[in-house]
Design a protein around this ligand. Sequence first.
Ligand code: PSU
Ligand code: MN
Length: 310
Amino acid sequence: MNTALRLSDEVAAAIMAGSPVVALESTLITHGLPYPTNVETALALEATIRAADAVPATIAVIKGRITVGISQQEIELLAGLGQDEANNGVRKCSRRDLPIAVGLRQHGATTVAGTMIVAHMAGLKVFATGGIGGVHRGHPHDISADLIELGRTPITVVCAGAKSILDLPLTLEVLETQGVPVLGFGTDTLPAFFSRTSGLPIDQRVDTPEQVAAIAHTRDQLGLGHGTLVTVPVPEADALPVDVAEAAINGALRLAAEAGVTGKDVTPFVLAKVLELTGGRSQTANIAALKHNAHVAAQIARAAAGMPAA
Ligand code: PSU
Ligand code: MN
């Protein structure tokens, strides 16, 4: 057992009882949304999962302790610290960052990849997020570690697709190579985060949480070891018009190129610029997608635990 792993009492009790638990990431808190919207959103996601009769488990590294089910105080702590790693900020933790944050007793916010790893260590199965990382537009070798993690860790990740700051066709190619089934929850095409469709095909449409649970259960019975991606379109009322989203994304990508941003800083930089360039409109879509995904993930966790929808 991983001695660095700390579970909240609530999460530990739920795991022992076989109750539905939904993992949540923390990079969206520290690097995805501005303060104080980040704190409000993190707490709203937990409330959404509780309202669907499941237990939320927000995952982060607190002073080197990998924690499954951080407290409200810990959410506020991370949200207030900022991203400047050189000045006590929070480290964005993908797979390669986890041993650094833990070994050096740092605070860390887990990405989709980092959260999948920890959720799997804790025995969790379902994880809700907003958008996953992917292949960056114009940089086909900048492939998010999220895609590779989906190929090697058996967690069901519920998302709104990927933002079209990414190259979506190449992102699908990498997922195919990694052996990751891409399911469309109530849709025949890949959602593009701000908008309900990218027009690209998915591997299978599903319409119920039980179908997702059956596919994930079979994956585990066969010992295939890969993750499952469930893509859910953003609620219609909060979707961003495609032209508004595309204009902001193109502007943000140009600014990133001009500023010479590289590596793990690219995604947070581009997300912040998209927010600015849409005058905050992207945030409404972002939060609506996050809450809806949390609700869907709770239903999937209930189905996986053999319980009816709440
Ligand atoms: N996409 C979003 N919002 C986010 C992220 C991605 O729309 O907050 C975060 C997630 O934590 C994701 C990470 O795992 O960015 C991907 O970073 P990178 O592209 O550096 O792998
Ligand atoms: Mn990258």
